[in-house]
Design a protein around this ligand. Sequence first.
Ligand code: AMP
Length: 444
Amino acid sequence: MIQTIRGFRDILPEDIVIWQAIEKTASKLFEDFGFKEIRIPIMEKTELFARSIGETTDIVEKEMYTFPDRKGDKLTLRPEATASVVRAYIQHNMGASDSVQKLYTIGPMFRRERPQKGRYRQFYQINAEVFGIESPYIDAQLILILNELFKRLGLSELKAHINSLGCKECRPTFQKELLGFLEGKKEHLCENCLRRMDKNPLRTLDCKVPECREALKDAPSTLNHLCDKCKDHFEIVKNVLTEQNVEFTVDKTLVRGLDYYSRTTFEILTTALGAQSAVAGGGRYDALIKELGGPETYGIGFAIGFDRLAEIVAQMINGEDVEVKDGSSTTSEFNSESDFMNLLSPKVPDIFIIPLGEKAIRLAYMWTSALNIAGIRTETDYSGRSLKSLMKRADKLNAANVLIAGDKEIEDNALVLRNMKTKEQFFITTDNPVEQIETLLNRV
Ligand code: AMP
């Protein structure tokens, strides 16, 4: 039997309910904040990612699915969305219509990482990107949006870690000091860090190797080297978040794995899926648009790991204890009346039509189609099985009502509609069952 390839998976109908509910909740929130959806291709020229994400990052060095097409062009399955959204922004001169563009996109990404719980080779992200705003209010607003989304999904324990990486003015002095520090720790650093020292020393700061972590405990922090403008920017982000009651932790090790970030970076971390991992991350990338050939434009965005988010939400719904931060755990505090929970309510048939006899099957098919078109969720059965066995099937499907259409009922022009909960019965004539059913179900 042919199976999915390693790190790729199916998301089955029973799980998709959560995915759809998250997607609806996120889209509504984005649109309320003035974001517009954009859909970008799954494949791009390799150069786009190499230039934006950074040649020395794990993604570009080891994880991209890259192959030549028939003409020899190097193509890559997108490992993230920002580069493509920036490419689209430049290609369509989007800044011309309004200098501020707020965009979101939801879709699959591809990275050849080692698969484990919460880590796949095809995974999904919910992305938001804002172009054309330098003000720190937009940095705060993106973190506020993440916070609000998690709250709406019942995950109010998830908190943002934030940091500032400085800008092209203040970063070089910091890098020099960091390099000096790293030189003194060389014998304790892993191979990766030694390599990164040359190309992008900042990235040694988020190395996960315990020995490196220990060696880098007292490494200089970007926060002590910010220029006045970056310092003010970060202060406003923090002040505004505090005023809006968005909890956060300043985390000087948060440098993110991609090269293009500057100033504010943030991540939402959790241990709900085993080892600590990020559910979302983002930051400012003020130099990226120009770097990719566009006009000098401010940029900032985030990506939420959809697979991880769906897994955490599923754990919460199932009432499992979910450890959301190091050391603390919480059980579900779901408000069963919330809009999100309403989106999760199972979609059961409004009506299951039970036809008994050949003639009845044809009519049942006709009525079912008409009811489906009228927006009433209706199922029927073409097998010709007995009343008893079809009642069982209706029960299994959790149908709210059954409509019994035997030859006798059709002959008498009196179909029986039974409410499965209250056991109330109504008679329906065969001439215009859709209208009668709409009235009975209060759908008109
Ligand atoms: P990044 O673009 O690496 O900052 O990733 C943003 C978010 O996407 C992360 O916080 C994760 O939640 C999610 N993510 C990244 N890589 C994977 C993966 N291989 N499998 C599942 N989720 C991922």
